[in-house]
Design a protein around this ligand. Structure first.
Ligand code: OFO
Length: 182
């Protein structure tokens, strides 16, 4: 059982993670359109990660015996000026998500909700990785500048990113993640 405010805040976080998935799907579509298939792959892998983040929350709310209440997902932008703009927007979005996770943790602490605090620790560490990945790619894009050859080299590198999270949510993701060693 969760406090009413905690349930509501976790449901709102499901929506934010779904928007993240949608945003990265839009970036994937744009990258494919401009011929950057490696960037398209990177963002589609990120889409799967965000769906996993959303579903982990979804399952936690259900396991606590509370109602999952889904809200409308906002429309993401469809056009981006450059790969650097996409990653700058990605980093800004992830910083916003980090802030929202920290606020969830503060709420869990104020409600003396130990289970939710432990659950949220995973997200807090995950956000460090999310921001680090974006900062690394932004630094590379800044070095690349207007060099198309170097951009294509990075595109080839981003093409190698593989999905490591569970993508089949039908059997319960916690069990599936444990058996996959995730
Ligand atoms: Fe769910 O970490 Fe990005 O948004």
């Amino acid at each position: 059982m969760l406090h009413k405010k905690m349930t509501q805040a976790l449901n709102e976080q499901i929506n934010r993670e779904m928007y993240s998935a949608y945003l990265y799907m839009a970036m994937s579509a744009h990258s494919a359109k401009v011929g950057l298939k490696g960037f398209a792959n990177w963002f589609m892998v990120q889409y799967h990660e965000e769906m996993y983040h959303a579903m982990k929350l979804y399952e936690y709310v259900q396991r606590q015996g509370e109602d999952v209440v889904l809200q409308a997902v906002s429309q993401p932008p469809a056009e981006f000026e450059s790969p650097l703009e996409m990653f700058t927007k990605t980093l800004a979005h992830e910083q916003y998500i980090t802030k929202s996770i920290n606020e969830l943790m503060e709420l869990a602490i104020s409600k003396k909700d130990h289970a939710t605090q432990i659950f949220l620790e995973w997200y807090i560490i995950e956000q460090v990785e999310e921001e680090e990945n974006d900062n690394d790619i932004i630094a590379q894009l800044q070095l690349i500048g207007d060099n198309p050859h170097a951009l294509l080299m990075l595109d080839r590198e981003l093409a190698t990113r593989a999905t490591t999270v569970v993508t089949d949510f039908s059997k319960g993701i916690e069990d599936a993640a444990q058996s996959a060693g995730a």
